[in-house]
Design a protein around this ligand. Sequence first.
Ligand SMILES: [Zn+2]
Ligand SMILES: [Zn+2]
Length: 232
Amino acid sequence: MLVIMIRSILRALPSRCQLCHQRLDEDPGPWCRVCRDCLPNSSRCECCGLTCGADTDICGACLNDKPEWDKLFCAADYDFPMNTLLHDFKYRGKFWLAEPLTSLLSEKITQPADLLLPVPMHWQRRFFRGYNQSALLTRSLAKMLKTKWCPDVIKRIKATPAQRGLKRSQRLSNLASAFEVRNDVLPPHIAIVDDVVTTGSTVSILCQLLRQQGAQRIDVYCLCRTAKYRDI
Ligand SMILES: [Zn+2]
Ligand SMILES: [Zn+2]
């Protein structure tokens, strides 16, 4: 209730583009038409989500060594302006950006999964941030794609240190015991939702756990893919 009240007060205020701070007179927001047109629309490998040549669906790296998931859909690279918006969304309390950010992603998804699962956050981190950004994105995405989502099929049972800068083996061993998947019957096609996929280590571990639980097709839906970073 409090969230709804705060959101309606914020929406009633004169709004400005979240990027260039120009007034939004006609555009629905949260960014103006000019800033929205700055979002690049690159051709991507449908498997790893990295940008690749225009005439191929799957890049050579994925043909050679397929990731744990089936397809990855993202709205943009982790670059300006998306990195700025994501930073505001995650660290500056602008939770209301979940909906417009998700709309950029939902238009890329052609065959929505039967069930969407957010990457969970350890309760301590969630306590200090106030929300799990992946869960907000998943809820909004499920509404747009008219599919189901569940916040607690995957649980984070151990807080893991920041993964950036660690070697692949160190990241995997940190993550291996950090998650638990509820003993549920899963539909054949599911998707894991996260804000950014960089190395793919977290979603790879989750794919392994979900496959043990019977998932057949697992897609990844993320707002941003870190460019030129494939270490999966
Ligand atoms: Zn703007
Ligand atoms: Zn690829």
